[in-house]
Write a protein that binds this ligand. Structure first.
Ligand code: 5GP
Ligand code: ZN
Length: 116
């Protein structure tokens, strides 16, 4: 279920420290180390799946847990009404750097438009 060389598997296992925001049986949420807005939290499935595409194909109910947790994090952060963005970067063109599926929850201030 976990991959020995995976950064986020190590964070989930507590081998690398992180600032917890939410933990359930299936997902873990923690603050991004390099926040891009005043709220920037990552939600990951506790089981290792390489990216959102693999998660959707192999464990769609777990993908639903991740998205649901993203909404719960937004509510807990007090940004549910002001607005927020949920992002899965998938593949090279999206700039994905960590090969364990993760949902970015970003908000707390007006966000720029997507683009290059
Ligand atoms: P990606 O570009 O793959 O979608 O996003 C990876 C995210 O993980 C980045 O926003 C990056 O700041 C974050 N990140 C990378 N290493 C660590 C770490 O060791 N701890 C935490 N909390 N976040 C990390
Ligand atoms: Zn992993």
């Amino acid at each position: 279920m976990s991959q020995p060389d995976c950064l986020f598997c190590k964070i989930i296992a507590g081998e690398i420290p992180s600032t917890e925001v939410l933990s359930t049986d299936t997902v873990y949420a923690f603050r991004d180390i390099n926040p891009q807005a005043s709220t920037h939290v990552l939600v990951v499935p506790k089981a290792h799946h390489e990216d959102a595409r693999a998660l959707a194909a192999d464990a769609p109910e777990l993908l639903a847990d991740v998205v649901r947790a993203g909404a719960e994090v937004a509510a807990a952060e007090g940004i549910a009404d002001s607005g927020y963005r949920l992002v899965f970067n998938t593949g090279d063109d999206a700039g994905r750097t960590v090969f364990h599926a993760h949902l970015h929850v970003v908000g707390g201030e007006p966000l720029g438009l997507f683009g290059k």
